[in-house]
Design a protein around this ligand. Sequence first.
Ligand code: SF4
Length: 427
Amino acid sequence: MKTISNVVCPFCGSLCDDIEVDVDDNRVVKVRKGCAISVAKFTKYNEERIYKPRIDGREASLEEAINEAVEILANAKYPALYGWSCTSTEAINVGIEIAELVGGVMDNTASVCHGPTIIGEQDAGISTCTLGQVKNRADLIIYWGCNPAHAHPRHMARYSAASKGRFVKGRKERKVIVVDVRKTHTAKAADIFIQIKPNSDFELLTALRWAVKNGELEQEEIAGISAEKIEEIADMLISCRFGALFFGLGLTMSAGKARNIEAAVNLVRELNNYTKFVMVPMRGHFNVTGANEVMAWATGFPFAVDFSRGYPFYNPGDTTFVDVLTRGDCDAALIVASDPVSGFPAEAIRNLAKIPVITLDPHETLTTMISKVVIPTAIVGIEAEGSAYRMDAVPLRLKKLVEPPPGILSDEEVLKMILKKLKERVK
Ligand code: SF4
């Protein structure tokens, strides 16, 4: 048995990099320091596995499956390539090359989660920092529309509210505010819980900004919160030494979407006239930030990149995969490390089921069940190495802990084989 230290957990955007894993006989037998989700990921990764490639539901060799995938992509007029948030940065890079070669649209799961964050940041800029700076310096933390106690279980202890930093020693030296529509477990651990009316984040952010500017609030109540309380919170924000606003889908996906982020960016910018304040999105899948980073540095755009014109074109709401699908525009799809069928709107799924779909995934999902070609791949961070970007855009190296099942390659290797054959096929 061997113990592998400083393992990066390939589950959520926190990418905790202090996990210890015991490996015996090519199996993970014990996980230390990880949260319950992490332990489940490291120890149950072999459940619901796919071991053999499939074409139209029948077993096929890897070569046959790759040839079929190449035929589908080469013959498609407007293929879509989607997913990418649970694979390595290196695999995403190969995916971009394929999308460019076949003139398709390349989108990642940010388009259905933190896409509005990126659009809001593009419109208004962002004052941000690394999680290390929050841990060492932040004496005021806001969680807005997110519930790290459930979704990022070690975030509060390792990087934010309860972390022991260099200049701020722990939970007692930090104030914690939670803004949410319901009293979550994170809210129960907060000093102040602000229960906001659903879909009124923009109003509260704007009112807070006005109060920070020392403006007078004319209404007695905004977004379900009294003017007096808003002024009290504004005073707290101004008087902290270093504030950090963490926000999740409760902000990005409620009414206003990108405008909410713009309002949050403007509040944080205003606060920087008085103190130091930053904001960091709570990214979900372990490399969704990487998908945005790689696509941005390779094409200039972070998601929803359309290559059909012969150059990268970006128009969220038009070139986003869910919109392309709902309109019935794409005639083939390559899905990597994602399961759109389990979460997309019915019309989009109906159209996906009508076209040839190629899916690369280690596990059986609803999407693999409607796919023409299924190629099983190794699990990044357990059976394959690669890099991923943490929610604060810090890149970390994921380790290979065990060998994958016989004949199973990584996403990167399979995509490189597809790309090589496509280059010969598409001149
Ligand atoms: S908080 Fe996220 S990255 Fe950290 S151990 Fe838990 S699941 Fe893994």
